[in-house]
Ligand binder design. Structure first.
Ligand SMILES: Nc1nc2c(ncn2[C@@H]2O[C@H](COP(=O)(O)OP(=O)(O)O)[C@@H](O)[C@H]2O)c(=O)[nH]1
Ligand SMILES: [Mg+2]
Length: 485
């Protein structure tokens, strides 16, 4: 489809029609000439002070995403416009002139701090213009830029170009587009020179999903299936052994008799990223449904179930069975409780442990070792489902639940109907007690848990109560959960 945005790219554009690049920098550094040279493939003898917005067609670069380039003026009266353009941009091209070292100095003394002051998260491409005028005796670009890139991590790439000689002009905007579509920051920690935790967690989940026989390694067949799924192209036998050889040379534990291990898989991705091949890792992540924050895309976890305000969602027995299964799988020491370390391992394929903060943190009883019982574990899932079904579903998927949203949750009957029939099918009840601090809310709820008569329970059910949770200031909530047994 001509002019269409590729699915991988559109997943990242969040509804926008293309990438917007703003070109900023000191006057006379060559901004406007750069824009004209790109659009016309010629060097303009005379350029207007500021070029009107320039649109590159979608097929200009292989990613098939249209680019709009915004030229700017750095005159004081244009400052509000400059700021507005920077705020609207997906990437910033920041220029200096190779023949004027003062303009290079101004990057760290003025421009980069100014962008920081605006609290922009946009990637920056630093461009040395007028490469044809560069003094050959000068130190290399790497030497000049290394300290600046060290202090300003928002710089994605630096490059030199000449609009006059048509050297590396399209490359400037290719890198700008690449920085938007395949950003480094979510994947790689430049300081530590390692994959970021969220990236590791997502890749671990992908690895496990591809390890069909669950032997902890990707065999040649599994590697090939992975390649076909992500890149729509099979791997040759020699390519597979080549990849494994590279890994094994650098990291012996990256490969074992069964194939590529998780360590090896992660090492490979770190290697791609270090070599600037970010699009490889991004393509893999996007194929498995991840967005730019390395979370599952909203449309994949959106609630397809319509419900009235007085209806809530509860776990189906299918999901409860699944959760019992993973509870037992991660209860390594088989003591009927998940220790904090076992729970961390269970959620190690999710972006983070969803229960590490309130209101889930202390919402279920723990044993003396800090272990969470099956009852407490299920209660937390029920509580999360009650409060935030999309997040609950996302976490089910992260920990390996293969089913659809609609098989994970059921909608309770409307309260109105319950009242008329004087009977409820609900298994989860949440009550709130309001009152001033210290007036006895928590003790009231605690004694309620102890005293509730068992004949009030639905037949054939176990009752679990999450601990009461202090909500801001004047409210305490208690969740009572019944599971059919
Ligand atoms: N030699 C050389 N001169 C250039 C190049 N690019 C721009 N210039 C010249 O530098 C001056 C300033 O360029 P301009 O595009 O107006 O800079 P702006 O103020 O940043 O937009 C003009 O005289 C251009 O002809 C280049 O690549 N090589
Ligand atoms: Mg100009």
């Amino acid at each position: 489809m001509a002019g269409a945005t590729s699915p991988a790219a559109s997943a990242n554009l969040a509804g926008k029609s293309g990438v917007r690049v703003v070109v900023i920098g000191d006057p006379g550094t060559g901004k406007s000439s750069l824009v004209v040279a790109l659009a016309t493939e010629q060097f303009p003898e005379n350029v207007p002070r500021v070029m009107p917005p320039t649109r590159l067609p979608a097929d200009y670069f292989p990613d098939r995403v249209p680019i709009t380039i915004i030229d700017t003026s750095s005159s004081p009266e244009q400052k509000p416009k400059l700021i507005a353009e920077c705020q609207a941009a997906d990437a910033v091209v920041l220029t200096y002139a190779c023949d004027r070292p003062a303009t290079l100095e101004r990057l760290s003394s003025f421009w980069l701090p100014e962008l920081r002051r605006l609290q922009l998260k946009t990637p920056v491409i630093v461009v040395g213009c007028k490469l044809d005028l560069r003094d050959e005796q000068q130190v290399s670009l790497e030497q000049v830029m290394a300290p600046i890139m060290q202090s300003f991590r928002e710089i994605e790439t630096c490059i030199e170009c000449s609009a006059l000689r048509q050297i590396q002009v399209p490359e400037v905007f290719y890198y700008a587009q690449k920085a938007v579509l395949h950003p480094t920051a979510p994947l790689f920690d430049q300081e530590a020179q390692s994959l970021k935790p969220r990236c590791v967690r997502a890749l671990k989940r992908i690895f496990i999903l591809c390890d069909n026989d669950k032997d902890g390694a990707l065999s040649d067949v599994e590697l090939n299936d992975f390649q076909v799924r992500c890149f729509s192209a099979p791997l040759q036998h020699t390519e597979i052994s080549g990849v494994k050889r590279v890994v094994q040379e650098k990291l012996p534990e990256g490969v074992n008799d069964n194939g590529l291990t998780l360590t090896g898989f992660l090492f490979l991705h770190a290697l791609f990223i270090e070599k600037g091949r970010l699009e490889t890792t991004w393509t893999v992540l996007r194929k498995f449904g991840y967005d730019n924050d390395i979370k599952l895309r909203d449309d994949l976890i959106a609630m397809p179930i319509k419900r009235a305000p007085d209806q809530t969602l509860e776990l189906t027995s299918e999901v409860v069975d699944f959760l019992r299964g993973i509870f037992n799988m991660f209860d390594i020491d088989n003591d009927g409780a998940l220790l904090p370390s076992e729970l961390e391992e269970l959620f190690s394929t999710a972006p983070e442990n969803p229960w590490s903060s309130d209101p889930y943190k202390d919402s279920a009883e723990k044993n003396v070792l800090g272990g969470l019982s099956l009852e407490g574990f299920l209660s937390k899932w029920a509580l999360m489902t009650l409060r935030d079904p999309a997040n609950s579903y996302a976490n089910l998927v992260y920990v390996g639940y293969p089913g659809e949203f609609s098989s994970a949750f059921t909608v309770t009957r409307k309260r109105r109907v319950d009242r008329k029939k004087q009977q409820t099918l609900r298994n989860v009840f949440q009550c709130y007690v309001f009152g001033a601090r210290g007036s006895g809310k928590t003790s009231l709820l605690q004694s309620f848990i102890g005293r509730q008569p068992s004949d009030a329970l639905p037949s054939n059910s176990e009752r679990f109560a999450t601990n009461s949770v202090e909500l801001p200031d004047v409210c305490v909530s208690l969740t009572l959960i019944y599971f059919q047994v």
